[in-house]
Design a protein around this ligand. Structure first.
Ligand SMILES: [Fe+2]
Length: 532
């Protein structure tokens, strides 16, 4: 407590200590004798100065002082005590009471006033009373300090809980968006999270249609009277009419205010132009993709006393920010990825169409390679990678002239050198698209040999990506099992001899073992079916 300086009320001996200050020695003697007998510890001083020295080194519970003394008088001492420890009661004893003195003593925090000659019993009653009051006073001080301490801890706890909540909320937003892989799911997640995090009645996400210059609502979350959300089918009931915000049309409000990257917070009593009557509190948060407003999130309170705060606006802005990244990623996968893949696969079909002997080669190789990878315990992600890499592994042949690619006879060394460039060309094509790093490595390495004698880099053993080692077995199997421009397909025993004989030299022995196991179980497509 500010201004209060507390000395321990008990002395070392656990006795209460009284300080008597008087220039009359007889008074000090009588008081000393009397109160010592009563079980108190007594200290005496002949004037204020000596008393102040005692106070500096001893714990005092109560001070009785004369007013007029040589050196420092009683009133000056009382003032000194008030400054040093204002819990020590000071009782003035004087033979000459005056109104002036009384007022001054009260000002100095003196708690009682005794008139000399003082009766000892009267003095004892006074001592007991002021000491009891002092104990209560100090107890109160400690209690107050304790209460203040508790208050501070509660404040800190509240602050901490608040911070933890905030982190949880932000973390929740982050993790919720990383697991979404379609834009429909994403918009629904945005509106559901909005009503959940801000206790809003309704949240609606509008995509800004550039051509129509109109916000088009694409997802809505409405909280029922019982706090639950409407079923998905009901949510879209009003969407087609373009109305959200409790049935009100806020299209113009959105168009007028969401041209920039600035979220907006409006309450009903703000006299904001265009806020429909049905809405009590509204947040409009733009979702920007590459600095353009792609869409706007509108979150509204339609009833009750909830009013959005800057904190809510912060959460919503954070969320639309994360959603924008997610949309970009999804767009890549939903559109660019699909389109690109389709285009590349078409390229491969076109290359294969140039050579009737290799038609469908990539598809067959892919099927065998994926089956091998599954049997070898590869993850779904690895199987997906192999699915793309397998389809594209010979895409580099697009750069090889027909007279070499389709040559019926044996290739010269120079021609073979040109053919050998196709893994690198293929890897470069995929690389320039900036996608599929692992697929690129597989395409580049599908002609490497386990013993290091392959091309283009002469990688050996584990240096070759496992999926490339798998693809290599499938590729060679299909190649030797098919008719080629320069030779007929081989007999089954010859084919198997090439694969099994290459175990540990051309191929990874583990992959060959898996191939053998699948082949023996009839799980590799038989040669006749392969050569169409
Ligand atoms: Fe190849």
């Amino acid at each position: 407590m500010d201004g209060h300086k507390i000395n321990t009320p008990m002395s070392d001996t656990n006795k209460e200590t009284l300080l008597f200050v008087d220039d009359e020695e007889s008074i000090l003697e009588v008081a000393s004798e009397f109160f010592t007998a009563k079980g108190y510890q007594i200290l005496t001083a002949a004037n204020g100065r000596i008393a102040a020295d005692i106070l500096a080194s001893q714990k005092i519970d109560c001070c009785f002082t004369d007013i007029n003394m040589p050196g420092m008088g009683g009133l000056e001492l009382a003032e000194h005590i008030r400054q040093v420890d204002n819990t020590i009661p000071v009782i003035i004893m004087t033979g000459y009471p005056s109104l002036d003195n009384t007022i001054r003593t009260l000002k100095n925090g003196v708690v009682d006033f005794l008139i000399k000659p003082v009766n000892l019993n009267q003095l004892e009653v006074c001592v007991k009373r002021v000491l009891r009051e002092r104990r209560l006073f100090i107890q109160n001080l400690f209690l107050a300090q304790e209460v203040q301490g508790k208050q501070r801890i509660e404040d800190l706890n509240r602050e901490l809980t608040y911070k933890v909540q905030e982190l949880n909320t932000l973390n929740r937003i982050m993790t919720d968006f990383t697991t979404i892989d379609s834009s429909v799911d994403l918009f629904e997640k945005v509106v559901d999270l909005s009503t959940e995090l801000t206790h809003a009645d309704e949240a609606c996400f509008y995509v800004i249609n550039e051509a129509l210059k109109q916000p088009v609502p694409v997802a809505r979350s409405v909280v029922n009277g019982n706090g639950g959300r409407q079923a998905a089918a009901d949510r879209y009931a009003g969407l087609s009419e373009g109305r959200c915000g409790g049935g009100a049309d806020i299209s113009q409000l959105i168009l007028d205010n969401c041209q920039e990257d600035k979220p907006l917070l409006i309450h009903e009593n703000s006299h904001f132009q265009g806020l429909p009557e049905a809405i009590r509190s509204l947040m409009l948060v733009p979702l920007n993709i590459r600095k353009n407003v792609f869409g706007v999130l509108a979150v509204s309170v339609l009833k009750g006393d909830v009013r959005f705060s800057e904190k809510d606006l912060y959460y919503m802005s954070f969320m639309t920010n994360k959603a924008a990244y997610a949309i970009e990623n999804i767009a890549l996968y939903e559109n660019i990825y699909e389109n690109l893949l389709a285009t590349l696969f078409a390229f491969v079909r076109a290359i294969e169409a140039r050579d009737p002997y290799t038609e469908q080669h990539s598809s067959r190789v892919t099927r065998i390679a994926v089956a091998l990878s599954r049997a070898m315990g590869c993850s779904q992600e690895e199987q997906d990678i192999l699915n793309v890499a397998g389809q594209l592994h010979d895409i580099g042949k697009i750069g090889i002239r027909d007279d070499i690619l389709l040559k019926p006879g044996r290739l010269t060394e120079e021609e073979f050198g040109i053919i050998k460039q196709h893994p690198v060309i293929g890897a470069n094509i995929v690389d320039r698209l900036g996608l599929w790093d692992r697929e690129k490595q597989i395409i580049k390495s599908h002609h490497e040999r386990f013993d290091g004698k392959g091309y283009p880099d002469g990688l050996a053993g584990q240096e070759i990506p496992i999926l490339a080692r798998i693809l290599s077995v499938a590729d060679v199997y299909d190649a030797v099992a098919s008719d080629r421009a320069y030779r007929k397909r081989m007999q089954e025993c010859e084919i198997l001899q090439i694969i099994y004989g290459g175990s540990g030299s051309q191929f990874d022995a583990d992959v060959v073992d898996t191939f053998r196991s699948l082949y023996d179980q009839g799980l590799v497509e038989p040669v006749n079916a392969i050569t169409s």
